[in-house]
Design a protein around this ligand. Structure first.
Ligand SMILES: Nc1ncnc2c1ncn2[C@@H]1O[C@H](COP(=O)(O)OP(=O)(O)OP(=O)(O)O)[C@@H](O)[C@H]1O
Length: 282
């Protein structure tokens, strides 16, 4: 017992250090994995690790010396090469909060947004929305026309109407308002198995790889609605799936409360004795 205590007293710092490093590395990996550089970086690190282990095992002194020296310069080179990925990864690290506007505003906005996308989809009007969350989309906003207008399904239809001046590009929604339209988003460079994905969908993926924004795409060709988040695209959503996903993203607490209330009601219902149940149904 005393020995155990002594061991703990001597080594608790090591435990804390391992925990901090593990959390740090895991968070970096999470922020990095959706980016273009992730697979290249994993490849480089693996090659270096294998080469260094082989050099040490077979006692190849010169190669081992070169490899250990080159790690520092290599780290600098990686920071420079992957500067855009690092920037977006660090920006993602600090972002966890959803919209900062009030619950009622979020409720109203989510339903207006769902209506807008569904109407666009029914009319087969192609559209691309980017919903700003923690990371500022100012840089992308400046590629289009600043509007600062109240969002409505009618405005969305007028803007994305194929002959309208601002229909090309994406619309940025910030704090429930239209910040800008006609914006150019970064197109994802990732290799995609689905060759039918055009530029609108790739721009939605690209923007969400670099920022924590949520992108909604309405396909002009098929009318299908898709949502991109963290560089992942959920395609061809049905109306109910789309609404549900929007609620999961923008109203997580409200959804949880609703589910809990439903569970409580169900359990109360099940706990009623059968004769009571008959009375209730009567
Ligand atoms: N980088 C970009 N940022 C924002 N919008 C873009 C970008 N590139 C293309 N777009 C929009 O996408 C439209 C072209 O879409 P394209 O047909 O290539 O895509 P898609 O993914 O197949 O979509 P759809 O199913 O609607 O045809 C352009 O007219 C433009 O409005």
């Amino acid at each position: 017992m005393i020995l155990k205590m002594q061991f703990l007293l001597e080594h608790w710092r090591d435990g804390v250090e391992i925990l901090i490093l593990w959390i740090g590395i895991y968070q970096l990996y999470r922020a990095f994995r959706a980016t273009r550089g992730a697979s290249i970086l994993v490849g480089i690190v693996m090659i270096l690790a294998i080469a260094t282990s082989l050099a040490f095992i077979f006692q190849l002194k010169v190669i081992a010396w070169i490899l250990t020296r080159s790690v520092i310069y290599g780290a600098f080179a990686l920071v420079i090469i992957f500067q855009p990925e690092l920037r977006s990864a660090l920006a993602k690290l600090g972002s966890s909060k959803l919209f900062s506007f009030s619950k009622n505003q979020r409720l109203e906005f989510t339903s207006i947004l769902a209506d807008a996308a569904i109407q666009l989809s029914k009319h087969r009007i192609g559209a691309l929305f980017a919903l700003e969350r923690e990371i500022n989309l100012r840089e992308h906003q400046d590629t289009g026309v600043n509007l600062d207008a109240e969002f409505s399904p009618e405005l969305a239809q007028s803007i994305f109407y194929p002959k309208a001046a601002l229909h090309d590009g994406g619309m940025i929604l910030s704090q429930g308002r239209v910040a800008a339209a006609g914006c150019v988003f970064p197109v994802s460079q990732r290799e995609m198995s689905d060759r039918t994905l055009g530029l609108r969908h790739r721009a939605a993926i690209g923007l969400t790889e670099e920022t924590d924004a949520v992108a909604i795409v309405v396909s002009e060709e098929t009318g299908h609605i898709s949502i991109a988040i963290n560089g992942e695209l959920r395609r061809n959503l049905s109306e109910s799936e789309f609404k549900e996903m929007l609620e999961d993203i923008f109203l997580p607490e409200e959804k949880k409360e609703e589910e809990n209330a439903k569970k409580t009601l169900d359990s109360e219902d099940n706990s009623l004795d059968p004769s009571d149940r008959d009375m209730v149904s009567d």
